[in-house]
Ligand binder design. Structure first.
Ligand code: NAG
Ligand code: NAG
Ligand code: NAG
Ligand code: NAG
Ligand code: NAG
Ligand code: NAG
Ligand code: NAG
Ligand code: NAG
Ligand code: NAG
Ligand code: NAG
Ligand code: NAG
Ligand code: NAG
Length: 427
């Protein structure tokens, strides 16, 4: 894809200045936590460590926090979350619970409670916490700067160029949609595109003829599985197509509820998938749909096995761990499984549980059926990614989708966080 730079306008998001912090020193040494939509100010160099536990929705997440050199107190301002923090200082564990708008100081060293030069944390929106490798405290940098502005009725357009599989095209459309929403533009999609056959695409301009897109200016991404802020830094008084894979949730996160509306399944597919679900639940006879927890499982293999580009596929150990994760949390579970490689999957999925294999040859039926489940086990690849996103429950993923040092690995950010959605569980 050719890269023509659009007119560069001053960074609109600068007004928001959310800092994105990665403390690189201890990466890979400990299990740390990740907080999104978390704004951190006045961080100075840190060089002493201490242990902290973070409790979120009843789960304890071990944290190795590092003390700011000159700062003995961390101030926390929270919104929208019930939250509990325990610090284990030299002398005592201190637990504080707080609700939204609560302000808290917690001592980072024993009983010391000095507030001088306190590090200040602001949680500005919702927060999601997940364990991850590496000490990472991050803010969700808004991919896009503003809400749709109807009063200028900008008539400029974005056109995705679809390439790759179903999941790839979903990323391409989602990113174009998110960027369009932020800039008051519209997205054009061809009537005969697969996504239009599967989804209702409520607010998208679906046309029988999209020749006009050929005249649009192309802008290319730096990495295919990471957020590129320069990509979206263009003047909205021109027609644009963004290339190529655009696989980062950061491009559309701010407009996720509107995006969900675009990805409403067409009724005919929904009916077929629903009857499949009813049939499965009935066969297992372990309760009504309301009482049963369905976990959709997508095992991606195929051309990703032994691939020289650097793809890696999930291991049997991953499947066992992921199944165990759900079994320990929910009862009356049925795992509904789809894979291009059923023989391998049958041989490697844990056997001591309720499993149902989906054998529909139609990939859209697989997407719809698995999306009607409560939770998702993905492995690798964008197809499973979207099943997890559409399902909207808990999502586990295989943590090593790319071989270290491979060409593919370079397409991701260092910690994969631009790719994996906030709150998803890597294992
Ligand atoms: C950050 O530090 C600067 C300079 O020390 C100070 O003026 C400012 O108030 C601090 N901001 C916060 C949020 O603590
Ligand atoms: C922190 O770093 C400074 C400068 O690098 C050093 O002088 C100091 O001893 C360190 N403190 C600890 C507790 O390691
Ligand atoms: C902190 O955690 C590390 C790793 O779990 C452990 O080795 C260390 O003893 C802990 N330190 C304290 C003071 O509890
Ligand atoms: C931190 O403390 C050291 C030693 O007391 C001092 O030299 C340094 O200026 C302080 N740094 C900050 C940012 O206040
Ligand atoms: C530390 O600060 C908190 C909150 O301001 C306060 O309630 C507490 O009494 C202080 N603890 C000490 C030992 O000063
Ligand atoms: C812009 O378009 C919207 C939706 O079509 C319409 O409701 C609105 O009145 C228009 N605004 C102007 C200023 O024309
Ligand atoms: C929306 O666009 C109009 C016309 O370009 C402009 O005057 C107005 O300030 C914009 N509103 C926002 C919230 O950006
Ligand atoms: C798409 O094309 C089909 C057949 O050409 C036509 O029946 C249908 O109305 C078109 N849909 C839209 C949204 O243009
Ligand atoms: C965007 O481009 C239009 C048309 O070329 C121009 O009038 C406008 O000033 C530009 N906006 C910015 C913010 O550069
Ligand atoms: C699973 O999802 C279905 C359909 O959304 C819902 O009715 C059911 O209560 C959910 N099951 C559990 C255990 O949450
Ligand atoms: C992949 O490579 C391994 C080891 O080189 C080999 O045992 C295996 O059969 C290969 N699998 C496929 C699907 O080619
Ligand atoms: C599940 O059972 C099949 C058939 O009995 C067996 O071949 C397979 O190895 C088993 N898989 C696991 C993970 O135990």
């Amino acid at each position: 894809m050719t890269q023509k730079k659009g007119i560069v306008i001053p960074c609109l998001t600068c007004a928001f200045v959310l800092m994105f912090l990665v403390f690189q020193t201890d990466v890979n040494k400990f299990e740390f936590f990740k907080v999104f939509d978390y704004q951190i100010k006045n961080i100075t160099k840190r060089n002493s460590t201490k242990n902290t536990s973070l409790f979120f929705k009843g789960n304890s997440i071990p944290v190795q926090s590092k003390k700011v050199r000159n700062e003995s107190t961390t101030k926390i301002f929270l919104k929208q979350a019930k939250f509990s923090f325990t610090t284990k200082g030299k002398n005592e564990p201190t637990t504080r619970s707080f609700l939204k708008q609560t302000k808290l100081n917690f001592p980072t060293k024993g009983r010391t409670n000095s507030t001088t030069k306190g590090m200040t944390h602001f949680i500005t929106k919702e927060m999601t916490i997940s364990t991850t490798k590496g000490l990472i405290i991050s803010t969700m940098t808004p991919a896009i700067s503003a809400v749709r502005n109807n009063s200028n009725n900008n008539t400029h357009y974005l056109c995705p160029s679809f390439l790759g599989g179903f999941g790839n095209t979903m990323f391409q459309l989602a990113t174009h949609f998110g960027v369009a929403m932020s800039k008051g533009m519209r997205v054009i999609v061809a009537n005969n595109s697969e996504l239009n056959r599967v989804f209702r695409l409520e607010d998208i301009d679906v046309r029988n003829n999209i020749d006009i897109c050929k005249t649009f200016i192309s802008r290319g991404e730096k990495q295919s599985c990471a957020y590129d802020k320069n990509l979206v830094n263009f003047n909205n008084s021109q027609n644009i197509r963004l290339g190529q894979y655009l696989q980062s949730w950061k491009y559309f996160y701010n407009f996720r509820s509107q995006l969900k509306k675009q990805f409403t399944f067409r009724d005919v597919l929904l009916q077929e998938a629903k009857s499949k679900i009813v049939e499965t639940v009935t066969r297992f006879n372990i309760g009504s749909r309301r009482d049963v927890t369905l976990v959709g499982v997508h095992v991606r293999r195929g051309d990703m096995v032994n691939n020289s580009f650097g793809y890696d596929v999930a291991t049997p150990e991953y499947l066992t761990k992921a199944v165990q994760y759900y079994k320990s949390k929910y009862k009356n579970i049925i795992f509904i499984i789809a894979s291009q490689d059923i023989p391998w999957t049958k041989a490697n999925m844990p056997n001591n549980t309720n499993v149902e294999y989906l054998t529909s040859p139609k990939r859209e039926i697989i997407v719809v059926t698995l999306s009607l489940c409560n939770h998702t086990i993905t492995t690798v690849g964008s197809f499973g990614w979207w099943i997890g996103w559409l399902t909207g429950g808990e999502v586990t993923y295989f943590k090593w989708p790319a071989k270290e040092g491979s060409a593919l690995r370079k397409q991701y950010s260092k910690d994969y966080s631009d790719f994996y959605y906030p709150g998803w569980i890597g294992m």
